[in-house]
Design a protein around this ligand. Structure first.
Ligand SMILES: *Cc1c(COP(=O)(O)O)cnc(C)c1O
Length: 435
């Protein structure tokens, strides 16, 4: 499979260079040149397949034979190694719990897969590969933990000072080894800009091998397809055509993966994209104009994105036809006040504990369901990652899973930088292990 650039249709990269470059030529994003559909044979066996097997069969067209088939099978089994249960919350709504991985967030899935793909592309004795990640919370911890101890690869996490939760911060600032954390005196968008500027800095790219692990990297968002198939496998076959899946969206990588799964044949009725008040995409569907804006901070902070980097992929999948997009994709904007009341009422009525991001998706789904439809929302983070917000609503403490307690015992080690690009560049050039 070759991958083209959303900014240059004539450009074609192979898997290795697309994964290591992250960003495509002309500041575009890589997209697969073809999206194959899955045959009847796959659908007949789906119910009895493990997550690892689904991963292998659905991702193989994109990753093999660049990665050898048998090796890729092992890679999938190793990457998709934790449960993703579909849990009933009410008669009509179920939660796809994506938060049972190492950092209790859905980004573990993409990050674990990406780390294992990149490790296949490094050779002993070469210059190290340096993965730059801007995070508004969960990406940093998932990527850092996914890559921890992987030889030949360093991870540099940039995060906005004071804008991620304490629990999130401890998960990527206490690891040491090949992981470096930098707090930036600015917003998530500033962090993302620093990373993007570094990737486009030809001078720096001559000295250091830089790559991305944000959801702009195709080996991070593509594996997220897997749980859409796995969710459908857990719904009785005759009900699948009534399923509506709601995706709490920030950079829209998760939704992109769902739409690709749909093109491969995922038999659902439709997707709903739910956002917090950072409503760039919902506004786009209304006005037809894409207007990025500075991000606004909310309690669902992993979705505080003012210029969603993967939305161009969504537009590409709709062939830039806004009427089709309006017909097939519904959006919903949820305020902080509604997030709070949703966490409270779902706990009181259903005894289910939502995290703020899951709450956005739950409420949006509830608004959108009609008639016989069955709703599935993606629960993207464990509620224990946001104890302040959640406990205030449910009036009791959320039990911390053991994995999280371990992180809290670690020692935080960070560097601090301003939003000035030159300072960041010098930092990268002067740190010995990066070159
Ligand atoms: C990153 C994140 C999202 C948003 O996912 P996108 O792929 O960026 O749209 C939602 N919820 C949580 C908990 C996240 O960490």
């Amino acid at each position: 499979m070759k991958f083209y650039s959303t900014q240059d249709y004539s450009h074609k990269s192979d898997l290795k260079s697309a994964v290591l470059k992250g960003l495509a030529p002309g500041n575009g994003l890589f997209m697969p040149e073809a999206i194959p559909t899955l045959g009847a044979d796959f659908w007949n066996r789906l119910d009895s397949m493990t997550l690892g097997e689904i991963g292998y069969e659905t991702l193989r067209p994109y990753f093999c034979p660049d990665i050898e088939e048998q090796d890729f099978k092992l890679l999938c089994e190793d990457a998709f190694n934790f449960p993703i249960p579909l849990v009933k919350v009410s008669d009509k709504i179920s939660s796809l719990e994506l938060f049972h991985g190492p950092t209790l967030a859905f980004k573990d899935i993409g990050a674990r897969f990406l780390a294992r793909v990149m490790a296949r592309f490094t050779t002993k004795g070469d210059k190290p590969i340096n993965v730059l990640v801007a995070t508004s919370g969960d990406t940093g911890s998932a990527v850092a933990n996914g890559f921890l101890g992987v030889e030949g690869v360093n991870v540099v996490v940039l995060y906005p000072k004071g804008l991620v939760s304490h629990v999130q911060e401890m998960q990527f600032t206490t690891l040491g080894q090949n992981i470096t954390a930098i707090e930036i005196d600015g917003t998530f968008d500033d962090c993302q800009r620093l990373v993007k500027t570094a990737f486009m800095d030809e001078d720096l790219c001559k000295q250091l091998i830089l790559t991305s692990a944000n959801s702009i990297n195709l080996a991070r968002f593509l594996p997220q397809m897997v749980y859409y198939f796995y969710a459908v496998a857990q719904i009785p076959a005759q009900q699948r055509k009534n399923a509506v899946i709601c995706v709490p969206s920030g950079n829209f990588g998760n939704l992109t993966a769902g739409l690709i799964a749909q093109k491969m044949g995922l038999p659902i009725k439709r997707f709903v994209a739910a956002t917090n008040v950072n409503d760039i995409v919902p506004q786009f569907l209304v006005s037809g104009e894409y207007k990025p804006a500075p991000s606004i901070s909310t309690v669902a902070n992993a979705m505080d994105v003012g210029d969603p980097s993967n939305f161009i992929r969504v537009r590409e999948l709709f062939d830039h036809n806004i009427d089709d997009m309006r017909r097939d994709l519904k959006t919903e904007v949820i305020t902080d006040a509604t997030i709070h009341t949703t966490i409270k009422s779902v706990f009181e009525n259903q005894k289910y504990i939502l995290d703020p991001h899951g709450a956005v998706a739950y409420r949006a789904l509830e608004h959108q369901l009609v008639g016989e439809e069955l709703g599935v929302f993606l629960a993207t983070a464990h509620p224990a990652k946001f104890p302040d917000v959640v406990e205030a609503e449910i009036k009791q403490s959320v039990e911390q899973p053991a994995r999280l307690k371990e992180f809290m015992k670690g020692t935080k080690a960070v560097d601090n930088l301003s939003t000035e690009y030159d300072k960041f560049k010098t930092f990268l050039q002067k740190t010995e292990k990066f070159s």
